[in-house]
Design a protein around this ligand. Structure first.
Ligand code: HEC
Ligand SMILES: [Cu+2]
Length: 393
């Protein structure tokens, strides 16, 4: 039994060690991650060398001075106390090893705490769309906020707000301002850079560079409450053109579900619901702005929804996951699978409390636990969610 138990626990422990797993720092794909990986490996080699030397000496001593059959129990082997030469050599070696680790460590700290000033990374050098005044001369800056239990991302220079998934251009330095809206969280995309905490009342920052296009998995790395383990996010590293296209898409506002403007639609939904087209997505939109009370907490740009407690939903259907990365709906090649996406929206709206314990969409007063939605309502809302994507997708 103890053997079986230890095999099971060992397997569990080692299963966290897949060297090229989604969230493995052992598979670096960005400059900062490489720097930290090299530093880690250097430390591993040095300490492994020490381990072999000390362990080897110990084993050799035990073997060399073992008790033998013809030993006389009354006679002690020659005794000695200290050996200045050995001690001096050991101290010198220890200092030498510490210096070998310290020099690259300190230089890496200095390097990651300054912004590299590559002209290539300035926004104006690769992005040619609309941006705020003076942004051409700056690197792309993203405000990342930690919330219980999800992330919001703002691109102040580009006028984009998104949640849980963000995009950055390949090979360009990007600056992150890290803040928290409640408790301490930590921002970590293991393949791109080491973690930095998001601390309430404090502005931390970091920079990173993704050197390979791809979809990278991030995780909150500081215990922050019930659903901490489900608090993930995604970083998509894109070629310049794809990034420019992504920016354009994220800036769009979803078209109103009927002919009217959004404002008129909302008024109509409240005053004359019989005039609405009887389609799931339209019924869902009416619920979203009406009885569903979703707009207490969610914003959809260009519409009367301006809630701030939950993720911005303007382009939520362009994301490959919801519920902070916990419910995925992408295929292996990271294209969206619409059936799974619909299912995820439906399940999340219907029973978020079973998916993320303690989540603040359900458990806040006035949240979903107080809003009575039928099964059909949840389907209609999911159908509406599916329309929240830039039309070019
Ligand atoms: C009390 C505030 C509140 C209300 C009301 C609310 N939500 Fe949410 N919603 C949240 C929060 C907070 C999250 C993030 C939960 C998490 O991931 O932990 C969220 C997440 C979501 C997501 C996933 C977004 C993403 O990118 O991960 C969708 C979709 C969503 N809500 C739809 C709705 C709909 C539809 C309604 C109305 C029926 C609604 N919400 C009502 C607070 C709210
Ligand atoms: Cu956390």
């Amino acid at each position: 039994m103890p053997l079986r138990l230890s095999i099971i626990s060992l397997t569990l422990v080692l299963s966290g060690c897949a060297l090229d797993g989604r969230q493995s720092f052992m598979d670096p794909r960005g400059e900062v991650a490489w720097l930290q990986y090299d530093l880690f490996m250097l430390t591993v080699y040095v300490t492994f060398g020490i381990f072999i030397a000390v362990g080897g000496t110990l084993l050799w001593t035990v073997w060399r001075y073992r008790e033998r059959v013809d030993d006389d129990p009354n006679e002690h082997p020659p005794q000695s106390h200290g050996n200045p030469l050995v001690e001096f050599v050991l101290i010198a070696i220890s200092i030498g090893l510490l210096v070998i680790i310290a020099i690259p460590t300190v230089s890496a700290i200095v390097y990651t705490h300054g912004m590299p000033d590559e002209p290539d990374s300035l926004l104006g050098s690769y992005y040619h769309g609309d941006m705020s005044d003076g942004a051409e001369e700056e690197v792309l800056t993203i405000y990342a906020y930690g919330w219980q239990w999800w992330f919001s991302f703002e691109y102040p220079q580009l006028g984009i707000v998104t949640g849980n998934e963000l995009a950055i251009p390949k090979g360009k330095v990007v600056r992150f301002e890290l803040r928290s809206k409640d408790v301490i969280h930590s921002f970590w995309v293991p393949k791109l850079a080491g973690k930095v905490d998001m601390i309430p009342g404090r502005n931390n920052w970091m920079w990173l560079r993704g050197d390979e296009a791809g979809y990278f998995f991030g995780q909150c790395a500081e215990y922050c409450g019930e659903s901490h383990a489900y608090m993930q996010f995604r970083v998509e590293v894109m070629e310049d053109d794809d990034f420019a296209e992504w920016v354009e898409q994220q800036r769009q506002t979803p078209p109103p579900p009927q002919e009217e403007s959004w404002q008129d639609f909302v008024v109509l939904a409240a005053r004359a619901p019989e005039k609405l087209v009887d389609e799931p997505a339209v019924r869902g939109a009416a619920l979203f702005y009406g009885r569903g009370a979703c707009i207490q907490c969610h914003a959809i740009k260009g519409t009367p929804a301006a809630g701030l407690l939950g993720p911005d939903l303007t382009t939520v259907a362009s994301r490959k996951s919801i519920a902070a990365g916990w419910m995925e709906h992408h295929n292996d090649d990271f294209t969206i699978n619409p059936e799974r996406q619909y299912e995820n929206f439906y399940r999340w709206i219907r029973e978020s409390e079973k998916i993320k314990p303690g989540n603040l969409m359900y458990h806040v007063s006035g949240g979903m636990r107080d809003i009575n939605l039928s099964d059909q309502d949840c389907h209609d809302l999911a159908a509406f969610m599916m329309t929240l994507r830039p039309d070019s997708l």
